[in-house]
Design a protein around this ligand. Structure first.
Ligand code: PMP
Length: 462
């Protein structure tokens, strides 16, 4: 037990200090009037333990689908501590061995994207991709070509431009004015097709709709990039249909628009392949990575780019910069890079992307059996990224409310399984429950997750 208060982990004291001083993310602190939120103290594999000794299956990989390799990885701890001892940190404008080795490792996984720019969070990785796209076109004397098109329901982060590029209106409303130069195209959720069509006879109208948005924003002369999550995560677990990205990519090429894929959630095995885009025929120009990059053992993120993009930053003429005009203090941190290298080694050695595919298929099989329950509208997902959309009845598809979703999450927790719900109901999208356990999960763990869903859903009253 760590030495918090003279060798004792004092639950009461920590709870009191939490209530007094901690401003929790995404938490209404009025909840303290009725109950104490849990304090997590230990993890092992896919099990997480709270301060009262209760154990849960972590069906959310650290709450936000990050801890891909699971808890208690001694080799990552060793890699970090050895590097901390040797040299914890040096600014990202100067190399250290782990920083170089991480770049090489990522380039070996993504050979078409061999230029690696390190930062600290998913939001930051996306911001960098926008800055790279804008500077790239400016170096080509295309100052007008700066707009970024994003997809409805996708999420790209919390900082203002990342938020501006997120297709979730409910997250934006209290923070305007947001940076300009961002525009939205339709989501790819077949269950709630906004064109009233059904696949495969739909001609993928949702993807083709990108072209009209690009034209409206100035076409080739106005738009720099399109950003998408290969499989939308927090916006409702939406895997687009097989041909979707071919259509998107052709449109991008037609207008000389860069395609950025946000693999912050999808990356490192979450969807059953190392990267989400590998389920599709897609050739992104940039990819952004975070969460599973070091599985939460250290904060780190990356933006990786094609050589053709990097090449524009090399030209050192009088009116050109000659380098990417960007820096962040902790981007490239040696110890965080060491954590990421060892984390990726584990994912490769233990074939965790493959396990994610196998366990994901088993999970889907289990969850699909729940569609017999009247409130289960649709089960969807890829690999170990699964969602269940809840409705009042299957015909009207009227969404169940946040209160009902919260009840299912609470009941599952009582049964010892942590699952999630999209927050702030947006009818038709955020009435979705989800699970994304660590990629080391086994059949027993999946059985318990499915059982917890079933138990909670069957007793749901509305
Ligand atoms: N992109 C996606 C797809 C995400 O889900 C998230 C976070 N949930 C982010 C970007 C932002 O990452 P961060 O919270 O590390 O800034």
């Amino acid at each position: 037990m760590p030495d918090y208060f003279n060798g004792r982990l004092d639950a009461g004291k920590l709870a009191e200090l939490q209530r007094k001083h901690l401003w929790l993310h995404m938490t209404n602190h009025r909840l303290f009037e009725t109950r104490e939120p849990p304090i997590m103290v230990e993890g092992d594999g896919f099990i997480i333990k709270d301060i009262d000794g209760r154990e849960y299956i972590d069906g959310l990989s650290g709450g936000v689908w990050a801890v891909n390799v699971g808890y208690g990885r001694e080799s990552i701890v060793r890699a970090i501590s050895e590097q901390l001892r040797r040299l914890p940190y040096y600014a990202g404008s100067t190399a250290t061995p782990p920083y170089i080795l991480l770049a090489q490792k990522l380039a070996s996984l993504l050979p078409d994207l061999p230029k690696v720019y390190i930062s600290n969070s998913g939001s930051e990785a996306n911001e960098k991709s926008f800055k790279i796209a804008r500077q790239y076109f400016r170096e080509k004397y295309r100052s007008d070509k700066y707009k970024i098109i994003y997809r409805n329901r996708d999420y790209h982060g919390t900082t203002l431009a990342a938020l501006a590029s997120s297709g979730q209106q409910e997250r934006k409303i209290k923070f305007g004015p947001l940076p300009e130069g961002f525009a939205e195209f339709p989501h790819a959720l077949c269950y709630r097709c906004q064109f009233g069509r059904s696949y495969p006879g739909c001609n993928l109208e949702c993807a083709r709709a990108l072209e009209a948005v690009i034209l409206q924003e100035g076409g080739e002369d106005g738009v720099a990039a399109v950003i998408v999550e290969p499989v939308t995560a927090g916006g409702g677990i939406i895997p687009p249909v097989a041909e979707y990205y071919q259509v998107l990519q052709n449109i991008c090429r037609k207008y000389d628009v860069l395609l950025i894929m946000d693999e912050v959630v999808n990356g490192f095995g979450r969807t059953g392949k190392m990267f989400g885009f590998q389920h599709y025929q897609a050739e992104p120009d940039m990819i952004t990575l975070a969460k599973g990059l070091a599985s939460g053992y250290m904060p780190i993120a990356a933006t990786v780019a094609r050589n053709k993009i990097f090449a524009q930053f090399l030209v050192d003429e009088e009116d050109k910069t000659g380098y990417f005009r960007d820096i962040s203090t902790f981007g490239g941190c040696a110890a965080a890079s060491a954590a990421a290298v060892e984390n990726i080694n584990i994912i490769e050695k233990e074939k965790l992307a493959e396990n994610s595919a196998a366990m994901g298929a088993y999970l889907m099989e289990g969850l699909r059996e729940l569609t017999e329950i009247p409130v289960v509208g649709e089960v969807r997902g890829t690999g170990l990224l699964a969602g269940i959309e809840l409705v009042t009845d299957k015909k009207s598809k009227q969404p169940l409310t946040e209160r009902h979703l919260a009840q299912v999450v609470a009941d599952a927790k009582t049964a010892g399984v942590i699952i999630g719900r999209m927050v702030r109901s947006v009818p038709g999208f955020n009435n979705v429950l989800y699970t994304a356990p660590p990629l080391i999960i086994n059949k027993e763990g999946i059985d318990r997750i499915v059982k917890a869903f079933r138990g909670a859903l069957e007793k749901l009253q509305f």
